[in-house]
Design a binder for this molecule. Structure first.
Ligand code: VGL
Ligand code: ZN
Length: 209
């Protein structure tokens, strides 16, 4: 038993992008990204309902700096749908880097939601692609399953965790982010900005559960 709030049948754990490429040694490593693996694995044992997301890009995905002549990874650009960071090639469909970290053991996860598979649009959020309009279907799934609280952990805190938490809240779910189960990329202060944004939008941030 953990020390945190009681977990019941209306709670779902959303595990965001705990994939090899986001861990040290991967293509887009998040500092200490692998440190979330045991935390998330243990937390998941206490949830009956778990959903995993998996960043899953075609090899020529438009978020990759490599497909834009003269651009470097981590540059900020503007696409037709708004601001976009250009990334190193990562989480290419069916490559080892796109696999879940081998230490992540959540056999009872009911759904693996892949995102970012359309070549011309990135998808940080588990709910909407980066145009903020194209739904992934997760909102409908969670509502139909009767969940009312979404507990979010994973990588990276300031990108896919942030966007997923914000969209979950906007969709009407209670949203809790457990920071011990997250690590961030931190571009230009984005970790601090994420904390402020989440709190101001009514997402509960807790250190541990
Ligand atoms: C992510 C950058 C690019 C994430 C995914 O999972 O936070 N970040 N693709
Ligand atoms: Zn990605």
């Amino acid at each position: 038993m953990g020390a945190g709030p009681t977990i019941d049948d209306r709670d779902v754990l959303l595990v965001v992008d705990v994939q090899t490429d986001f861990c040290p040694g991967g293509a887009l490593p998040v500092a200490e990204g692998d440190a979330v693996v045991p935390v998330v694995t243990r937390l998941a044992e206490r949830f009956r309902h778990v959903v995993l997301t998996q960043d899953w890009h075609p090899p020529d995905h438009r978020s990759f700096a490599s497909v834009h002549a003269g651009r470097a990874p981590f540059e900020a650009v503007t696409f037709d749908y708004g601001p976009q960071v250009l990334w190193p090639d990562h989480c290419v469909q069916d490559t080892p880097g796109a696999a879940f970290h081998p230490g992540l053991v959540i056999p009872h996860a009911a759904l693996v939601l892949r995102k970012g598979f359309r070549r011309d649009i990135d998808s940080y959020s588990a709910f909407f692609e980066n145009d903020r309009r194209t739904p992934t279907g997760l909102g409908g799934y969670l509502r139909e399953r009767g969940f009312d609280r979404v507990v979010v952990v994973g990588l990276a805190f300031d990108f896919c965790v942030r966007w997923s938490a914000e969209d979950g809240r906007a969709a009407g779910f209670d949203v809790v982010v457990v920071e011990e189960g997250c690590r961030g990329i931190d571009l230009d202060g984005s970790v601090a900005a994420t904390r402020d944004a989440l709190v101001s939008q009514g997402v509960r941030l807790i250190d541990t559960w």
